[in-house]
Design a protein around this ligand. Structure first.
Ligand code: GAL
Length: 945
């Protein structure tokens, strides 16, 4: 093995790779995210007419290849469909209803809502002739759920999972040098989880182009071994040959490791070209002296650039980000990262966020992981399914350990295939330290079947990645079944069994609390009110068999054999509004609400998980009408002592117990409640809660000062301040938003579990069919400019039994369409599909003109339209059949009614709301404005780089 070492900075390498692609006219790998410009419409699970008659063709797409019908057909006219960008979650766009699903947050979509359970997506892409000879594929990061995909009418397959990534090779179906159509039918009529899962293409889609000889998708596997003074980095590369001809000879693989400063170390390897449709593996080893290890504080990363050369020519370049670190579980002492003991201070999380549901722009992943880190958390459990790749990237880059989990336990292709996809995709992420192959599988947890399934799954997982252990979250007793064989015992809740007793029986088995907490709290609320579905935010035992956060942490923190605990949950999520139901639509479990606004528990954790001095006082001090009444005042702090003052009068100094909190009973008087924290007898922190005056002014604060890419987002905190500039914690003002410049609003939230306000404000699109389509034959081919009157008794069903050998000179067609409610602001358009060669169109007797940019689109003036039935006439010269079997279009098109949405608005909840603003790619500065009744407006300028 020859080791080369030279210096080149990251930027140079990037330029080199990019230039190479350009110089060779795209002859090496391209990975293009194709999120922009999709057409979308709802279909239907069983009423075929509402599903655009899809699947009704005599020869279906399952009978003959290329026979996708309805929207699956290449030529389907989707111009009237909604235009949108991915990621997209149609469930979050819907209203709420009591008849909705408790698990999915009562949204009127998916299970039980047939009209909102099927989504069709279509996109046209142009592929140049130069792509001929390359392997073209579509890579989906995740679609919820049960998706079917067609490419130019060719059926590519079905993917049931709402969480696993999948890839289709489309090379053979491409129209090189022309237009190609991707069609996706998504069926969200069933749920996989018992928590909000969204609906639609909610993760990215990539168009990938590679040479026939290339590195397989996820075809690099990097493992690291830390030795004194150096690390040995082993890379296994899977080279795939998708070419049809046997290629003689060898390929050279150059593996180059680049550190963050651009330093490069490379090695060369020669392997023989795999036979067509075969894969060959190449192993290399590179030594890095004095490596910078990946850890929580310093998440140092390296890149492996794998270059594949055939006959001296580069045929592929593949980049893999990785980190050098070691992990170890010890049954006595817990978890070790790079040989250093680390208590896992984790949270469980689902993947949705306020306003956007499951369709998170990448930046929101970073926003959320940063919030968890600010709380002192160092570990994240992906409950209960594999995450989007960007979440793991954020964890790698920010320093957060991850338990990566599959969805369903079992030993068949469905289950083991999901393990393969998860591990092969995620095993290079330094953040991932443990695989989880299940959670609370009550049918098998305690029995022999659970034992067998776990043995198979964890053995299988180890066969793909022997470097990480496997866990399962277990809840119904910690003795037999899964818990007796799983590598790392995952305890779900102290209340579910005797953890110490289990450990005494299974002394060799390391363990961690995969779930703990499930406490209830509403942000900023300090009095439980069941009528309002409010849960006070003081940390307390929520149910007889569940424990407070403090009780949970005291248990785990004081047992060295337990590696740590994962709180249920870091963030609130939609669905599971336990202990309530409708009209609560989000959970109460989070340390933060769905927006990421902290509940008070965050400060308890920050005190004992973080490294900084912390002092936090609760509740707020706006208790008008409660004068003289006793209020529970708590302090969360890691100071040795805390003294409390009300309006400068001391209410006593108290000693802080380790992992504890402090409490006072205080008779309410408006003014200033002040806490002073002491460490080693010295005053280190003060914290106040002040009674505020009424709201005076709106304040808008973005989470970062500027947006730096075309789809970047700003998460904007919305609040009101009083005349002294104090945040008003009880404010509930309704705020109206408007936006100008280079951005759009993509969602709003406020963390109120009972808020049934819109998450999104989007234009409604209603597609109206033309019915009762009739015709009369005409004797002249001259098209009229004014609508003549035609004999009423001569109308007959259009196109019925037409004799194509004896066509008339022209035909007049007549149909009706219904405008259910007429509004001046609606935009009504007719998307005409040719039923003739030349045509004129009349609506309610008046000739209409096509738009300048689309000769088959007519925007219909509101004055022309009537509420109820409207009549359309089309006079057209006929299309002749060239061959007998030619199918002539008989569908005149569709009427589209667009009802503009109201502007974005949201009420503050306990003083806060959040609005998410996304750049539109124009690069222009974004101006966000907010107004409300009786308070001064707020404006925010967000620069876009
Ligand atoms: C657990 C379960 C979680 C969540 C939680 C709520 O049993 O694993 O997914 O449902 O309960 O308390």
């Amino acid at each position: 093995m020859k080791i080369l070492s030279r210096r080149l900075n990251f930027m140079c390498l990037f330029l080199l790779v990019t230039c190479y692609c350009l110089a060779q006219n795209g002859s090496v790998r391209e990975d293009i995210i194709i999120d922009q410009g999709w057409r979308f419409s709802f279909g239907h699970p069983f009423e075929t007419d509402k599903d655009f008659n899809h699947g009704t063709a005599y020869f279906s797409y399952l009978s003959k290849t290329g026979n996708g019908d309805g929207p699956a057909a290449k030529a389907f006219d989707d111009r009237a469909w909604r235009l949108l960008n991915l990621p997209h979650d149609w469930a979050v766009e819907q209203s709420f209803s009591e008849s909705g699903s408790f698990s999915h947050g009562f949204k009127t979509a998916g299970k039980g809502f047939a009209d909102k359970s099927i989504g069709w997506y279509r996109k046209k892409i142009t592929l140049p002739e130069g792509d001929l000879g390359r392997i073209i594929s579509l890579k989906f990061d995740g679609v919820f759920r049960n998706s079917k995909v067609w490419f130019n009418g060719h059926f590519l397959g079905t993917e049931e999972s709402g969480y696993d990534g999948f890839e289709y090779d489309v090379t053979a179906y491409v129209n090189y040098g022309g237009e190609n159509t991707i069609a996706v039918r998504v069926d969200a009529s069933m749920e996989e989880g018992w928590f909000y899962e969204g609906a639609g293409i909610y993760r990215h889609i990539h168009l990938q182009k590679v040479n026939p000889l290339h590195i397989k998708t996820n075809g690099t596997y990097i493992t690291t071994d830390i030795k004194p003074g150096y690390a040995s980095v082993k890379a296994q590369i899977s080279i795939e040959n998708r070419g049809t001809n046997t290629i003689a000879g060898d390929v050279e693989i150059v593996s180059t490791i680049v550190d963050s400063k651009g330093k490069e170390i490379a090695t060369k390897q020669i392997v023989s070209v795999p036979k067509p449709f075969n894969i060959s593996l190449s192993d290399s080893e590179i030594r890095i002296n004095n490596p910078l290890l990946w850890d929580i504080e310093n998440p140092n990363l390296y890149r492996l650039v794998t270059t594949l050369k055939q006959d001296g020519k580069i045929v592929d370049i593949y980049e893999t980000t990785f980190g050098i670190r070691s992990i170890r579980f010890d049954a006595e002492e817990g978890f070790f990262l790079n040989g250093k003991h680390l208590k896992l201070q984790g949270t469980n999380n689902h993947q949705d966020h306020a306003g956007v549901g499951t369709a998170l722009p990448d930046e929101l992943q970073y926003f959320r992981i940063k919030k968890l880190k600010e709380m002192g958390s160092n570990a994240y459990r992906c409950s209960h399914h594999p995450p989007t790749p960007e979440l793991l990237e954020a964890c790698d880059r920010l320093g957060m350990l991850v338990i990566d989990e599959t969805r369903l336990m079992g030993i068949n292709n469905l289950h083991l295939g999901a393990i393969t996809r998860m591990i092969e995709r995620d095993r290079n992420h330094p953040s991932v330290f443990c695989w989880s192959v299940g959670n609370e599988e009550w049918a098998i947890e305690g029995n022999i079947m659970g034992e067998r399934i776990t043995n198979t799954m964890q053995g299988f997982a180890r066969s793909i990645d022997p470097t990480r252990p496997v866990t399962v979250g277990i809840s119904s007793g910690f003795k037999s079944g899964i818990s007796s064989v799983v590598e790392i015992m995952g305890y779900n809740y102290l209340g579910n069994g005797d953890i110490d007793a289990h450990r005494n029986q299974f002394k060799q088995q390391p363990g961690m609390g995969t779930e703990e907490g499930s406490t209830f709290a509403t942000r900023g609320i300090y009095v439980t009110d069941d009528a309002k579905h409010y849960q006070n935010a003081y940390d307390r035992k929520p149910r007889p068999t569940f424990y407070s956060i403090e009780e949970g942490w005291k248990f785990y923190a004081t047992r060295p054999y337990l590696a740590g605990m994962f709180i249920w949950t870091g963030f609130d999520y939609r669905g599971e509004p336990t202990p309530y139901g409708w009209p609560s639509v989000t959970s109460y479990f989070g340390m933060m609400d769905v927006c990421g606004f902290p509940k008070d528990n965050v400060y308890y954790l920050k005190s004992w998980w973080g490294k900084e001095p912390v002092l936090h006082l609760l509740p707020h001090w706006n208790w008008q009408g409660m004068e003289g009444k006793e209020i529970d005042v708590w302090a969360y702090s890691n100071c040795d002592e805390v003294e409390l003052f009300l309006n400068n009068k001391s209410l006593g100094k108290k000693k802080m117990e380790q992992y504890g909190h402090l409490e006072w009973k205080v008779a309410y008087q408006p003014g200033t409640l002040e806490a002073v924290g002491y460490k080693n007898g010295k005053k280190v922190l003060t914290e106040t809660q002040k009674t505020t005056a009424k709201p005076e002014k709106i304040k808008l604060t973005p989470h970062k000062p500027r947006l730096t890419n075309a789809t970047d987002v700003a998460v904007v905190t919305v609040e009101v301040a009083d005349k002294n500039g104090l945040h008003v914690p009880t404010a509930g003002d309704e705020i109206n938003f408007s936006i100008k410049g280079g951005g759009r609003i993509i969602g709003v939230g406020n963390g109120d579990p009972t808020s049934l306000e819109n998450d999104k404000f989007i234009d409604a699109i209603n597609l109206v069919s033309i019915t009762g389509f009739k015709e009369q034959a005409l004797t002249t081919a001259t098209l009229p400019q004014q609508l003549p009157s035609y004999p009423e008794n001569a109308w007959k069903e259009a196109f019925k039994d037409r004799d194509y050998k004896n066509l008339a000179a022209a035909y007049v067609y007549r149909g009706q369409f219904n405008v259910a409610s007429k509004s001046k602001t609606d935009v009504v358009s007719f998307f005409y599909q040719k039923v003739g060669v030349d045509a004129v169109v009349f609506v309610n007797g008046t000739k209409v003109t096509a738009t300048a940019d689309d000769a088959q689109k007519y925007v219909l003036n509101a004055d022309l339209l009537k509420q109820g039935a409207n009549t359309i006439h089309i006079v057209a010269t006929p299309v002749h059949k060239v061959k007998d079997w030619d199918v002539i279009n008989a569908n005149p098109g569709v009427i589209q009614i667009v009802t503009p949405s109201e502007p974005y608005k949201r009420k503050l909840f306990s003083g806060y709301a959040q609005i998410i603003v996304q750049a539109d790619g124009s690069g222009k500065e974004i101006i966000l404005s907010a107004t409300a009744k009786d308070v001064k407006a707020g404006t925010l300028a967000i620069p876009v780089k």
